[in-house]
Design a protein around this ligand. Structure first.
Ligand code: COA
Length: 171
């Protein structure tokens, strides 16, 4: 059984390994396979994100993390930085449950929206979020903050036309 709970500082060490395992899913897509070998967010950065209070864990029946969602509050918006589920646990509803928890928390905080950036055409990226109610932002809908994130991603080798910014309005 999987439990979704807020992350604690001591979870931080496990999260880079989960990101690494999750990223192996990209090996199935030849032009994105290189992502499987990319750098992961450090445990130190996770500790800071966890301290900010917008990180959730999918934990197994021994309370070990098997997936996580880390986000941060940017003005009136919850921005999702990472959503990862260990490869052997994918496709069992854990990602959807983590996303549901983060969105519910954003609503409870009275925030206006949830945002993220992701791949347009990868089945478990934009189409997954779209099913959840997120929409792809185009042109002038992409504010400065999101445009700057897309720009950083392009500098890290992610082709601008393959990435998108998405938003779920809560009001
Ligand atoms: C994205 C991710 C967190 C989803 O978590 P998950 O627990 O595997 O997803 P769920 O079981 O909750 O499935 C939710 C939906 O995701 C999609 N999905 C998940 N895995 C998929 C796969 N391998 N192929 C196609 N669609 C997939 C489906 O649309 C699914 O909905 P459905 O059950 O109605 O078909 C997980 O697949 C992952 O860690 N992927 C690699 C890292 C990544 O891309 N993170 C997101 C960055 S924006």
């Amino acid at each position: 059984m999987i439990t979704i709970r807020p992350a604690r500082a001591e979870d931080a060490e496990a999260l880079p390994g989960i990101e690494q395992s999750a990223g192996l899913a990209f090996r199935a897509i030849p032009e994105l396979a290189w992502l499987a070998d990319g750098d992961n967010v450090s445990a130190q950065r996770h500790r800071a994100l966890i301290a900010d209070g917008a990180c959730w864990i999918g934990a197994d029946d021994r309370d070990r993390p098997v997936g996580f969602l880390s986000a941060g509050i940017e003005g009136d918006t919850l921005h999702i930085w990472e959503l990862d589920v260990s490869l052997d646990r994918q496709g069992q509803g854990i990602g959807r449950a983590l996303l549901g928890r983060a969105v519910a928390d954003a609503r409870r905080r009275g925030l206006a929206a949830v945002t993220l950036t992701t791949f347009r055409a990868v089945a478990w990226n934009a189409p997954f979020y779209r099913k959840f109610g997120f929409r792809v932002l185009e042109g002038a809908e992409i504010d400065e903050r999101l445009a700057s994130l897309l720009g950083d991603e392009a500098e890290h080798g992610m082709a601008l036309d393959q990435r998108c910014a998405m938003r779920l309005d809560l009001r």
